[in-house]
Design a protein around this ligand. Structure first.
Ligand code: PXG
Length: 442
């Protein structure tokens, strides 16, 4: 059968949607057909405020002209070039721009998504340890409630049970730190809680069990996004850094969400002033216009690979067909320019206190058991209906959607992460809409 023979109707059925309750969706579809700035538009012309930057990725807002123009220009000029053994100028230019954004990280490797960035980071960690004569270091440490994408590496170090339970043994040799979410001590704290730095000491117990000489790396999200915006307690990340350094364990930050301005600085490692050895990015790197990710490595890591491999040999056997794709690089360069010209990271920092007050103003709403925030990340946690986990938040999601606001839910938490171009009036609308919705949610 040729393509022209395909005459089946477009009935929503053929697509197996990712991370979606397909049967409910197909009974009651929610579609976006256009977007502009802070808004999505449905096919029937309804305007929906994007309270989540798509999926935490459209940091500069939708359909930005300079990015569109850069991608259009690039596709007219060079649609694709291989990245293995040949290259094209934009990928080098973009890599230089990225390493120029952050001190102490000399190189980046390109990927096409957060999941690929995580797998790449884990593989760099293993290969690096081997290259420095520490080949026994093959274990990884993740954290409960961590999300590191959906590759086998990412779900292995990740700490979300439904993302793991169907998929067998995954990577072996993984331990998980305790998560840092604690309602008893930290409910309704604004910003970083004071209680909880000691939870990092969990790493010492894991080291004691396996011996540091067997552990390659620890991976955590500086702020856990997907499981409901879990803010690191004050001093927690520093302590993890110290323990890793003491034991020769690499520290990896997964900055797929926290990168590119979300906290009001370029990256979380700058915001917290805690420097991991490797950090992963994706999403906001191109404002999500073209899929892309990048893994940053600290000064010295790349050099070890160059020194160890014999002259003429490939130093790291890893890469993707689309690593450094010309359209992604064009989108990325234009995106960085938009961030710079509009000073969007500083803007996020400036708006963070206003956003904080807006989300915390919802603390007295029905069923709310916690409110959390940092930068332009916010979460409102609802008490779950007994034996009906996620039902209450999904009702809130649907009702907000009907009222013209896109939120994200995870478990029974409503997560908010508006584009960094958000204005006070949009923040007011977000808070008012969520307040309104929570009045009627069961
Ligand atoms: N690491 C982190 C920290 C992420 O947040 C990934 C890796 C994987 O990225 P890709 O590009 O492979 O999807 C992510 C992705 C949500 C949500 O609702 C979060 C993500 C993706 C989709 C939804 O919280 N994060």
């Amino acid at each position: 059968m040729s393509i022209s023979d395909v005459t089946v109707p477009n009935d929503l059925d053929s697509l197996w949607m990712p991370f979606t309750d397909n049967r409910s969706f197909k009974k009651q579809p929610r579609l976006f057909s256009e977007a502009d700035g802070m808004y999505y538009f449905t096919p029937d012309g309804r305007k929906v405020l994007d309270g989540t930057s798509g999926l935490w990725c459209v940091n500069a807002g939708h359909r930005r002209k300079p990015i569109i123009e850069a991608v259009s220009k690039q596709v007219e000029k060079l649609d694709y070039a291989p990245g293995f053994q040949v290259g094209h100028p934009l990928s080098f230019e973009f890599a230089s721009r990225l390493t120029g954004m952050v001190k102490e990280y000399s190189h980046v490797m390109f990927t096409n998504s957060g999941s690929e960035s995580v797998d790449t980071a884990l593989k760099i960690a293993l290969a690096y340890q081997r290259n420095i004569g520490q080949g026994n270091r093959t274990r990884f440490v993740g954290r409960e409630r961590g999300y590191h994408g959906v590759g086998f590496g990412g779900i292995s170090v990740g700490g979300i049970s439904p993302n793991r339970k169907m998929f067998g043994n995954m990577l072996t040799g993984i331990d998980h730190l305790k998560h840092t979410h604690n309602l008893e001590h930290n409910a309704f704290v604004k910003g970083q809680p004071e209680w909880g730095a000691h939870l990092a000491d969990d790493l010492e117990s894991i080291v004691a069990l396996h011996d540091a000489s067997n552990i390659a790396a620890v991976i955590v999200e500086p702020v856990a996004g997907s499981t409901g915006v879990l803010i690191p307690p004050q001093g927690y990340l520093k302590r993890l850094r110290e323990i890793c350094t003491k034991h020769g364990i690499l520290l990896i930050f997964d900055e797929v969400i926290t990168g590119f301005g979300r906290l009001g600085d370029s990256f979380a490692n700058e915001y917290f002033d805690v420097k991991p050895d490797i950090f992963t990015t994706a999403k906001g790197i191109t404002n999500a216009t073209v899929p892309m990710g990048a893994v940053f490595v600290r000064d010295g890591i790349y050099d070890v690979f160059m020194e160890v491999a014999p002259e003429g040999a490939i130093e790291f056997f890893h890469g993707y067909t689309y690593s450094g794709h010309p359209l992604a690089c064009a989108a990325g360069l234009a995106t960085l320019e938009v961030y710079r010209e509009e000073d969007l990271f500083a803007r996020a920092a400036e708006l963070a206190p206003y956003f904080q007050e807006a989300v915390h103003s919802l603390a007295d709403c029905k069923n709310v058991i916690d409110v959390r925030n940092l930068g332009l990340m916010g979460a409102i946690e609802l008490e779950s209906i007994p034996n009906k986990l996620t039902v209450r938040a999904m009702e809130a999601f649907q009702k907000a959607f009907e009222r013209g606001l896109l939120v994200r839910t995870t478990g029974d938490t409503i997560a908010l992460s508006p584009p960094l171009i958000v204005e006070r009036k949009h923040i007011d609308f977000i808070a008012e809409t969520v307040r309104d919705v929570l009045k009627t949610v069961h």
